[in-house]
Design a binder for this molecule. Structure first.
Ligand code: 16G
Ligand code: ZN
Length: 533
């Protein structure tokens, strides 16, 4: 039973800084790590209540700020099926985080418990983890106080990646059922990935060494463990593994650096050889960027769009080969940031849908297909197999050896892919499987289509909320008249496309433009930015 006195005492010890306002946004709560003590305590209570509301199912809590600078930190909740927190609770989280005093908080809590009809006598279970950020240690202990205050049964998953935490949540909640997602341990995760990977590349030519930029984050120790499980099946060279060097995390390395700078992390200049593949993880290992140096040493980047193109085309082919073309429909989900050339490439092969930015939008749209492939250009993405698709794969009787092989590959892909959320390490192995099957080097993969030159700029405006969009953020509905002016500009550029949207994570408006020529894409972006400003 809930003891208000216990909560009060602990809450007093985690008081909210008066001047700060917190918001549960697309990436949970995220701001400077040393301001988040009260938020973590309250999130502990909220996670316990969410579990009670869902009849004692296990809820996940991840402490991370992903690709952000080292001083930032954040926290997000994971629902029982391993998915992002239900949207309505994002609002509850924001309200509770902003109650200014202990009394206000207890009052808000009481109101919330009654409104949402939470039966406090139900059990509550929470599993939590953090990335390698120095502020994480203290934040975890604030979280633990919150879990203690609500009487939750707590399980510490230690220092691990965001996708492993999502995996654990799903594995715990499906344990002992026929939907079992795997053993609910890191070991279970590594075994699941490495066993399916080995089956998928069996009989293929030896894979050439792959360099992994671990962003000096949690991907480093986790990739090091994965290496042990993968054995000889793929040679991995781990770089940027300094997780205890202050200031190193995401600094001039990692997936976000590569995507925004469109260049090699300086730390890899001496490491990467012409022709060799490399990839970068971000600070919590849920984003992935590939790249290589060509024979002349020029850098080429293979982003989330290129991964989507590679993977979707491979899966479509396997479904055909397995004789399941008419029963299993494959589709792709992208955002407005997807390079126009990738959309054209994909749309020739399968249905493509565009949704607003943010993993929850992509994930939900992908659930509408039998097999849904979703990737953001920034490298976050995964593939979802619907329950019916998995059932079909399990029960289909192949009529030829070729069908049987394709069917096996598809089944193994359902194990290799972390279907709960984008997972850089799982996605990396997926890419390696496709490259091995196609006998592609980075060059051949890159030539599936040529990226249209593009430019992203951010504009500081007095009120970003004045910018409202429609059509999956591709058009503005306000400020009035602005979209017509953008259209008028875009018409003057060969292959021109541009859109403006308010950021969900920073107090800015983002302008994206692409055109046939690099100079034109730059010019279009800056002229549209001029309209916005
Ligand atoms: C968040 C989103 C990411 C999106 C980014 C856009 C999740 C887990 N993360 O990091 O998917 O690409 O925001 O940021 O949903 P922006 O709104 O500032 O452009
Ligand atoms: Zn991340």
């Amino acid at each position: 039973q809930l003891s208000i006195d216990d909560i009060r005492v602990l809450c007093d010890a985690h008081s909210k800084p008066l001047e700060l306002h917190f918001q549960y946004g697309t990436a949970g709560f995220r701001t400077l790590g040393n301001t988040l003590d009260s938020v973590l305590f309250r999130v502990g209570i909220l996670a316990g209540l969410r579990s009670k509301r869902l009849d004692g199912k296990t809820i996940g809590v991840m402490v991370t700020a992903s690709h952000n600078p080292e001083a930032d930190n954040g926290v997000k909740l994971v629902d029982p099926r391993g998915e992002m927190l239900e949207a309505a609770w994002e609002t509850h989280a924001t309200v509770l985080a902003n109650a200014s005093t202990t009394d206000d908080f207890l009052h808000a809590l009481d109101l919330f418990v009654r409104n949402v009809k939470i039966d406090l006598s139900k059990p509550s279970r929470v599993v939590y983890a953090r990335d390698t950020r120095p502020s994480g240690v203290a934040l975890i202990s604030s979280l633990e106080d919150g879990l203690k205050a609500i009487g939750a049964e707590a399980r510490d998953a230690g220092v691990t990646t965001t996708p492993i935490l999502h995996y654990l949540v799903k594995a715990i909640n499906t344990k002992g059922t026929k939907e079992s997602y795997g053993d609910d341990s890191e070991d279970g995760y590594f075994k699941k990935l490495s066993d399916s990977f080995k089956k998928l590349v069996a009989g293929r030519p030896k894979i050439t060494p792959l360099v992994i930029d671990c962003a000096n984050g949690v991907g480093a120790p986790i990739a090091a463990k994965l290496v042990e499980y993968l054995g000889e099946s793929i040679p991995l060279i781990l770089e940027n593994t300094s997780i205890t060097t202050l200031g190193a995390l995401n600094n001039a390395c990692g997936a976000d650096f590569v995507k925004t700078m469109q260049k090699l992390p300086p730390s890899l200049v001496e490491v990467l050889k012409p022709g060799q593949r490399a990839c970068s993880l971000d600070g919590d290992a849920d984003r992935l960027m590939y790249y290589y140096l060509d024979d002349r040493g020029y850098f080429s980047m293979l982003d989330g769009d290129k991964i989507a193109a590679l993977v979707a085309a491979f899966i479509v082919d396997l479904v055909k080969l397995a004789g399941l073309e008419s029963t299993i429909k494959v589709g792709v989900v992208q955002t407005a940031y997807a390079n126009g050339a990738s959309t054209r490439y994909l749309a020739k092969r399968l249905p493509v849908k565009c949704v607003p930015t943010g993993v929850k939008h992509l994930h939900h749209a992908a659930e509408h297909y039998n097999i849904g492939v979703y990737f953001e250009a920034n490298g976050h993405g995964t593939v979802l197999f619907s329950p019916q698709a998995q059932e079909t794969l399990a029960n289909h009787e192949p009529s030829t050896p070729a069908q049987s092989t394709a069917l096996n590959h598809l089944v193994n892909l359902t194990h290799l892919i972390n279907q709960t959320v984008g997972d850089a390490l799982s996605d990396m192995l997926l890419v390696e499987v496709v490259l091995a099957h196609k006998s592609y080097t980075g060059v051949e993969w890159n030539s599936l289509y040529a990226d249209l030159p593009n430019r992203l700029v951010k504009v500081v405006v007095s009120d970003r909320n004045a910018f409202r969009t429609e059509d999956a953020e591709r058009r503005l509905i306000s400020p009035s008249g602005l979209q017509a002016k953008i259209d008028e500009l875009v018409r003057r550029y060969d292959g021109g496309r541009s859109f403006v949207r308010p950021s969900g994570t920073e107090d800015v408006v983002r302008v994206y433009a692409e055109a046939i020529l690099k100079t034109q894409a730059d010019e279009l972006a800056f002229r549209v930015a001029g309209l916005v400003y």
